[in-house]
Every structure is written in C-alpha cells, then in structure tokens.
Design a protein around this ligand. Structure first.
Ligand code: NAP
Ligand code: ZN
Length: 351
C-alpha cells in the first residue's frame, strides 16, 4: 500500500511553491516511515526549484534537512524503533557495492547516489520527493540517529549545511590551532564557523556584509575580513590552512587563493560551474596550494557529525517558518537575509 503524503511543490522554474498531494512508496523491509517535524531550507532547494542547474524534474518537493519521528519500521530494520527521532539528509540510496560506497563515501557513488528530491529512484523508476512534506519513507541505511538532548529544530540543518562543511574540515584534518577561513555567512557558513571553532581552529570569516560582523563573533569567528576592503584582504595574505568557500554564485577566487598559506587548500562547496574570472595558477604552483571541491558527506560522517554536535551542544541558528511562508523565505535567501537557516515547522500547523 502506498502512503498518501502532502507537501509543497514547485511546478516550474518560475512558479511559486504550492500545496501538492502525492504518494510515497509502499515501505519495504529495510524502510522506516518518518513523520516529518522540521525541514531546513537550503540554498540548493532554491537553485533546483528555479532550475539554476538545468536538471530539474517537476513537480518538485524540495527539502533535504529532515528531522522527524519514526512511525513505522520494516521487518529488517535493526537500528530504529517506533518513536525514535531520526534525520534524513541529501541522499536516500546508492549502490553500496562500489569502492566509494565501501569507503563510506556514498555521495560519490560510482553508480550515482540517489538524492532525496529531484532524482529518479533506480529501484522503482519513480521521482524522489523531499522534506517540504509531512512524511517520508527511507531505507534505514540512509537515516541518522539524533542524539538525546539535541534541539530538534536546530539539528535539521546539520543534515546538509552541517555535514557539507564538516566533511572538508575533517578531510583536511582541521584541529587545534589550524587557521580556517569561511567565505560567506549564510546557512553553510555559520555552521562552518561553529564546527571549525569546536575542532579548535582559529577561525576567520570573509564577508561582503559589514553588518554580519557581530553575529560572526558570537558564532565563534576570531576575525572578520571584509572582502571588499583591499587593506583587510592584504592583511591576511598567506595566512590560512583551509578556506571553505560557500558563495553560491561565480566569483573571483584569486583574492582568496592569495590568503592561503603554503600547502593551503581552498575548498569550494557553494558554486557549481565555470570560474569567472579565470584562476591564476601561478600562486598555486608557487605555494603548493590547492583549489578543491567537496560534496555533502557520507552517512557515517553525517552520524559522526550528529554525535559530535550532541557532545558539544552544537545546533544551527534557525528562523522558524510555516510551510506556506516558503516563497517569501526564498526571496529573503536571495538577499542573504536569513539568520542563519530557515527551518519549516511541520508541527505547529497540525497542533
Ligand atoms: P546562503 O544561506 O544563501 O548563504 C550564502 C552566503 O554567500 C550569503 O549569506 C553571502 O554571505 C554569500 N553570498 C551570497 N551571494 C554572494 C555573491 N553574489 N557574492 C559573494 N558572496 C555571496 O546559502 P547556503 O544555503 O549556505 O548555500 C551556499 C551554497 O552552497 C549554495 O550554492 C548551495 O547550493 C551550496 N551547497 C552545496 C553543497 C555541497 O555539497 N557542496 C551542499 C549544500 C549547499 P555574506 O553576506 O557573508 O557575504
Ligand atoms: Zn543543502
């Protein structure tokens, strides 16, 4: 028996998201059924709802920062029971047999990971629908446990904004006294600051927005660099071991590469596409620097992040919205006007 579900969907690149009734699959033996309580709003939702990446499938129910309560478990489920709190992030399936999957890097699955929405599930040929909805059915392999005591609203953004910044912090071995910079103070950027700080790093923020300095300090930044101020950029030349760049649009990387120390890496997580202006390789060669990219994080790494956040009491700073406020939230996201993640409250409207 399929499960009736209700959510908000985009029906074209230019239409507002609107109420949408649809069906979830008949749960299989390894599936859990989750009543969605909260869902974060990622800038990727906006990119895909508006077909910025030219791969959108409509109708589209976005949302990949899902926190909910388990309402049913299949016969083969071992890690969850009814009533548990659980999280679903950006992926719901991968081949689990390739070298990437075996190395807990399901996001780089050679067969292609199946994303939580805007994808076709290879198991049944049906579109996947995300978390701007009331329930979801997912294999327990792609579900994380939420540590007791973690605020559920603030935990939702850990599933994408959190793990997308956690993964490069871990891969590039950030630890005590590492010098880390974050470009852009939005959803990903604010999590990057909190997580880098908790790992012991000295953290700087590059921002275009002078008004965000006070918040950045409160979130854990030791220094704020206004990227439009040449003198401030000059003062941090050759400083950073790792820069996490969360800017969603094409921008000039050269001024940031100049601030990398020898062996430093600038990791792009925000922008997909050709660089404009071009990247000057001379500073890379003359400093053994790297420019790299990184995609979300694997399931084990996502659970590691949840456990770390549980132990350190780290959650996202959220602005709660109702589902029918999503279109206004998108307009504010476009203006970088969010502190620092919108989260859709699926509980209160039902109460
Ligand atoms: P967000 O909340 O909108 O934050 C982006 C921040 O970038 C803004 O707050 C702003 O910070 C800065 N910014 C925005 N437009 C800019 C521009 N034109 N030039 C320079 N800086 C600009 O977005 P988000 O949810 O954090 O997502 C950031 C990007 O990461 C999106 O493109 C999203 O699709 C992508 N993403 C990637 C992954 C992955 O796995 N790699 C995962 C999730 C999201 P300031 O005001 O401080 O300058
Ligand atoms: Zn996301």
């Amino acid at each position: 028996m399929t499960i009736k579900a209700f959510g908000y969907a985009a029906h074209s690149a230019s239409s507002r998201l609107a109420p949408f009734h649809f069906e979830r699959r008949d749960p299989k033996g390894d599936d859990v059924t989750i009543e969605i309580l909260y869902c974060g709003v990622c800038h990727s939702d906006l990119h895909q709802a508006r077909d910025n990446w030219k791969n959108s499938i409509y109708p589209m129910v976005p949302g990949h920062e899902i926190i909910g309560r388990i309402t049913a478990v299949g016969r083969e489920v071992t890690r969850f029971k009814i009533g548990d709190h659980a999280g679903v992030g950006c992926m719901v399936h991968s081949c689990l047999t390739c070298d990437a999957c075996e190395a807990d890097l399901e996001q780089y699955c050679r067969c292609g990971a199946t994303f939580t929405y805007n994808a076709i599930d290879p198991r049944d040929g049906q579109p996947t629908y995300g978390g701007y909805s009331d329930r979801v059915v997912v294999s327990e392999r792609f579900v994380v446990k939420v540590p007791a005591g973690l605020d559920l609203k603030g935990a939702a953004p850990l599933l994408c904004a959190g793990v997308t910044t956690w993964s490069p912090l871990r891969h590039w071995n950030v630890r005590n006294h590492s010098k880390v910079a974050v470009v852009g103070l939005g959803g990903l950027g604010h999590m990057a600051i909190k997580l880098a700080k908790a790992l012991g790093a000295e953290v700087s923020l590059f921002t275009r927005s002078p008004g965000k300095a006070e918040d950045a300090r409160r979130l854990g930044a030791d220094a704020i660099v206004l990227s439009t101020d040449a003198a401030q950029m000059e003062a941090v030349q050759r400083k950073f071991d790792l820069i996490i760049d969360t800017v969603p649009y094409a921008h000039d990387l050269n001024p940031y590469v100049a601030t990398l120390a020898i062996d430093g890496a600038l990791v792009l997580v925000g922008y997909l596409g050709d660089l404009e202006p071009a990247l000057d390789t001379i500073p890379l060669i003359f400093g053994r620097k790297s420019v790299a990219g990184s995609l979300i994080g694997g399931m084990a790494e996502t659970q590691e992040l949840f456990d770390f956040c549980g132990a350190h009491g780290i959650v996202s700073d959220v602005e709660m919205i109702r589902m029918d406020e999503i279109n206004e939230a998108y307009e504010r996201l476009l203006k970088s006007d969010v502190k620092y993640r919108f989260v859709i409250d699926m509980v209160t409207p039902k109460a």
